[in-house]
Write a protein of this length. Structure first.
Length: 141
């Protein structure tokens, strides 16, 4: 059973990561600057990236905090009511976190490109799984 504090931190961390990630992606890939030599497409683009990177440890901590009382029991209990969506949420966590970290430290263009693709794919699967997991309603833990 998760405490209210765990639920609040998890929901807040995931919501902030999702919003800042989507806003950054929109600014980077869909907004076009009028200045052809501009490095950024939107004035808030660096702020969204910074917010996304700074908030990441909050979300990672939240998942670590709920692992013992919620995630691990759900993995072990084969007939848990929301186990399928829980697995679709948990499995992409490691590639999502690792690729997000490597995006910040990689210097080679090919590595950065590969990590960006891995981050987008794993993040998309994670968010979809998380939304489905929440939409399935509360189960008895």
């Amino acid at each position: 059973m998760m405490s209210r504090a765990q639920i609040l931190l998890l929901q807040l961390g995931v919501a902030l990561m999702t919003v800042t990630g989507l806003l950054f992606a929109w600014m980077k890939y869909f907004v076009k600057s009028a200045d052809e030599s501009a490095v950024i497409n939107h004035p808030l683009q660096p702020w969204m990236l910074a917010a996304h990177v700074v908030i990441a440890p909050l979300a990672v901590f939240a998942f670590g905090w709920v692992f013992g009382p919620h995630i691990w029991p759900g993995i072990r209990k084969r007939n848990a009511p929301k186990r399928g969506s829980g697995l679709w949420t948990v499995i992409p966590l490691a590639p999502m976190i690792l690729s997000g970290y490597l995006l910040q430290v990689a210097t080679a263009d090919a590595t950065r490109h590969a990590m960006a693709i891995a981050h987008w794919l794993s993040s998309g699967i994670f968010v979809l799984g998380y939304v489905v997991h929440l939409a399935q309603g509360r189960s008895n833990e």
